[in-house]
Design a protein around this ligand. Structure first.
Ligand code: EPZ
Length: 424
């Protein structure tokens, strides 16, 4: 079992390069199944979620190979099945994108849903409602979602909740449907736009991605031999910005789209952190005292739910009492118990956490309860007095490429222990 060992107290200093967006990659890779040809995807984050998806594509009959650390070649010519078993998808929570992609290509899909969840129930009723509107018959039985359509026909779909997954899945399924599909109340996250751009590069006709009305004019076929570069990861960038602020550091976060960071940048400035933006970088510098803040997570362009756990650590260090309200997920507070083991004073009331600032966090053995909770524990370890041992780090590896290497390059004392020991 691997763990991260972090000796806290160092101010992070230097430059860090942000990888490609995980939540774009986990949709773009399945989208490559929609062509019977090849494509080259660049700026792919080298993370375990991508490795798992690559294996799933190979099991479906595709060729998928890394040409270098971050460039993935996929050729889906020989894919001849629309079935993805539980064994294939159980480790991959975003496997639901196989539904839209396989339905779009074969007009059929059978995909097992992975059991359990990181943070509570994650329904897919909006995905299903949309597939049905496009003409698919849907059966969910024995943990398998079966979709079958004689033909897919464009439709008007109004999502009851703003859902990233449903928006992307319905774009995938509608790309080759007859006529026009309109998705209203669509998610506007940067990765929704990225997937639309990838599909358009393959010949799809999608307009309005990034607004709450997306229009997809069905095309007969998609073309291959496309080369596409994934956008930078907004959440990895945000995690490093928060870590820089929490450690009173001075870090330039590079290879990002600063606009995607607006909600976090505004909060950091409100909290008395110095933030300077360039064309594709942001510099975050600690300014001494951190002011309290009230934060509510919302769909984009609101404050991202995936930055909620890391930013809570920053609020623990602020002057006064802060609140964070979870506006996207029902339950995302499991990490609070771990943070309390390090001395945080937090009370959870329904969807709100009330955080007493001014805590002196102390190192402790703790565990990651999900991906972003793991990132929060890393930030906590960086500011804590003494040594933190962080377990269940396979969650972190799902979404952060070489987190310890990037932090070490900023001066953090952090190492991964596989077997034996490490010297800090
Ligand atoms: C995506 O999940 C991300 N995952 C999540 O990031 C992120 O937290 C979430 O979007 C919100 O930004 C990926 O992109 C792979 P949703 P997704 O559908 O698409 C409700 C991470 O750490 N809902 O936008 O599954 C749902 O319960 C991960 O990187 C329905 O009610 O999220 C939630 O309350 C974790 N019915 C809200 O909508 C549905 O059919 C938003 O969920 C679908 C969703």
């Amino acid at each position: 079992m691997e763990k991260l060992v972090i000796k806290g107290g160092r101010n992070l200093k230097g430059e860090v390069y942000i990888s490609g967006a995980k939540n774009a990659a986990v949709a773009i890779i399945p989208a490559a199944l929609m062509i019977d040809n090849s494509c080259k995807i660049e700026n792919v984050p080298n993370i375990s979620d991508v490795a798992i998806l690559k294996d799933i594509l190979i099991q479906l009959g595709a060729e998928a190979e890394f040409a270098d650390h971050n460039t993935l070649f996929i050729n889906s010519r020989n894919v001849n099945t629309y079935k993805a078993s539980y064994d294939m998808v159980k480790k991959m929570r975003a496997s639901y994108y196989l539904l839209g992609a396989l339905l779009g290509r074969f007009k059929r899909a059978e995909v097992a849903m992975p059991g359990g969840c990181d943070f509570g129930f994650r329904p897919i009723d909006q995905h299903i409602k949309g597939f049905e509107a496009l003409g698919a018959r849907v059966e969910v039985k024995h943990g398998i979602v079966r979709l079958k359509a004689d033909k897919l026909v464009g439709s008007h779909i109004f999502l009851d909740v703003v859902s990233v997954g449903a928006t992307i899945n319905l774009m995938l399924a509608a790309v080759k449907a007859e006529g026009i599909t309109t998705i209203e109340n669509a998610a506007k996250e940067p990765h929704v736009v990225d997937i639309a751009n990838f599909l358009n590069a393959m010949g799809a006709n999608i307009k309005g991605a990034g607004t709450d009305i997306i229009k997809i004019k069905g095309v007969e076929s998609l073309k291959g031999n496309v080369s596409y570069s994934i956008i930078p990861d907004q959440i990895e960038a945000g995690t490093f910005m928060v870590a820089a602020a929490a450690t009173q550091g001075d870090v330039v976060v590079r290879n990002i789209i600063p606009k995607h960071m607006d909600s976090l940048t505004a909060k950091l400035i409100e909290m008395n952190v110095k933030v300077v933006e360039g064309e594709d970088w942001i510099r975050v510098t600690g300014n001494g005292r951190i002011s309290k803040a009230n934060i509510k997570t919302l769909p984009y362009p609101g404050f991202p739910t995936d930055l909620h756990p890391p930013v809570t650590v920053l609020l623990c260090l602020a002057d006064g009492t802060s609140t964070i309200t979870e506006g996207v997920w029902d339950s995302r507070f499991q990490y609070i118990d771990e943070l309390k083991r390090m001395g945080a004073q937090v009370k959870v009331e329904g969807r709100m956490a009330v955080i007493e600032g001014g805590s002196r966090l102390t190192g402790a053995p703790v565990k990651a309860t999900d991906l972003r909770a793991g990132a929060a524990m890393v930030v906590a370890g960086l500011v804590a007095e003494g040594e933190t041992e962080l377990y269940n780090i396979e969650y972190i590896d799902r979404g952060y490429e070489n987190i310890e290497g990037k932090l070490r390059s900023l001066g953090a004392e952090i190492c991964r222990i596989r077997q034996g020991s490490c010297q800090l």
